[in-house]
Design a protein around this ligand. Structure first.
Ligand SMILES: NC(=O)c1ccc[n+]([C@@H]2O[C@H](COP(=O)([O-])OP(=O)(O)OC[C@H]3O[C@@H](n4cnc5c(N)ncnc54)[C@H](OP(=O)(O)O)[C@@H]3O)[C@@H](O)[C@H]2O)c1
Length: 307
């Protein structure tokens, strides 16, 4: 079992694997600095926010330029923007009969992996936990313990083995038939929370303000329209309630997009709101709230980079 991307999601998955008794967990990083720091510390520290308990997860750090493992399962947890580069490494370390699980938010990463990794089974994981990487060797795990996984192209019976391992470690790992349906639901959540918190540089609770809820309503209607064009009938009122419920539970969290913006990194907006805006744009639906949100976020980011 190998993890490509030792950031917040990769480290939390390593934590569950270790809790289930997996001893050897190779984790690949993009930078030499991460490899050295993780090596010096003897692994990554995952801090459980609720209990304050700290776990040292003794992962084996590897650099992406040195593919030394042969892995039956590869969990790809790099950011969407890094997926193209990561697939070269994945193709070198995955066994012929291996399964690659793509865990990025939004649309585009799974599709690219399915196109490029011919011959391998490619699954998608929809992550329902939240974590934040506060340094190269330290990750805060905020909570949530569900991971939905499924394959679209070929049947992946192998996923039941993975499910058993993760469940033993305490992760509610569920194999589902219709992973795209869950991707759309998660997309609605991300399309609301990420840009609204990023534009306002705020915690999730900002979206629960009256104006936030009204914008959320508009964005969700557009996501439902895009989903319908892809053959999924989502009910916007129910979806809004679902999103607001998650927001209530995660009031204090900073979304990954705020974290990216504050750290001056690229965001995944193109894979989330951008994907929906493009879907609607191709059908002649222009000037959507989503498009305006994407443009506003891009402008504010460009302005900050210049300053
Ligand atoms: N954070 C969350 O709570 C959460 C929840 C749900 C879904 N997601 C999604 O999960 C994905 C990963 O997010 P994250 O927050 O875990 O990212 P992250 O903390 O930024 O970590 C990304 C990791 O990928 C590594 N990496 C980049 N390019 C690589 C390559 N070519 N080969 C090997 N490793 C490479 C980086 O290495 P370095 O350390 O050397 O930079 C880093 O360790 C995103 O799509 C995000 O939307 C996140």
């Amino acid at each position: 079992m190998c993890i490509v991307g030792g950031g917040s999601v990769g480290s939390v998955l390593a934590y569950f694997l270790h809790r289930s008794g997996v001893q050897e967990i190779p984790v690949y990083y993009a930078s030499r600095e991460s490899v050295v720091e993780v090596e010096n510390q003897g692994g990554v520290v995952v801090v459980e926010k609720k209990s304050g308990v700290e776990y040292l997860v003794p992962v084996k750090p590897r650099h992406c330029s040195q593919p030394v493992d042969r892995c039956v399962f590869v969990l790809n947890t790099v950011k969407a923007i890094d997926v193209p580069h990561s697939l070269e490494l994945v193709s070198k370390i995955a066994c012929e009969s291996g399964v690659v699980v793509m865990l990025q938010n939004g649309f585009g990463s799974l599709e690219l992996a399915e196109e490029k990794l011919t011959g391998l089974k490619v699954a998608c994981g929809v992550v329902y936990f939240a974590s934040e990487r506060i340094s190269r060797t330290r990750v805060i795990y905020y909570g949530g313990d569900t991971l939905l996984v499924g394959c679209r192209k070929k049947p992946c019976e192998e996923l039941s083995v993975l499910a058993e391992i993760f469940r033993r470690g305490g992760l509610d790992f569920r194999v589902v038939d219709n992973i795209d349906y869950y991707r759309w639901i998660k997309l609605a959540f991300n399309a609301v929370i990420n840009p609204l918190t990023a534009i306002t540089r705020s915690r999730n609770e900002i979206v629960l303000e009256e104006e936030g809820v009204r914008l959320a309503e508009m964005i969700i209607r557009e996501v439902c329209e895009a989903a319908r064009l892809h053959g999924y009938n989502l009910e916007s009122t129910r979806l809004l309630k679902h999103v607001l419920r998650i927001l209530e539970d995660s009031r204090e969290n900073y979304s990954s997009m705020v974290q990216d913006i504050l750290a001056g990194r690229s965001t995944e907006i193109d894979y989330i709101n951008g994907f929906v805006a493009r879907t609607l744009g191709e059908r002649g639906v222009v000037n959507t709230v989503l498009t305006l949100v994407v443009k506003l976020l891009e402008k504010s980011r460009r302005r900050e980079l210049k300053e």
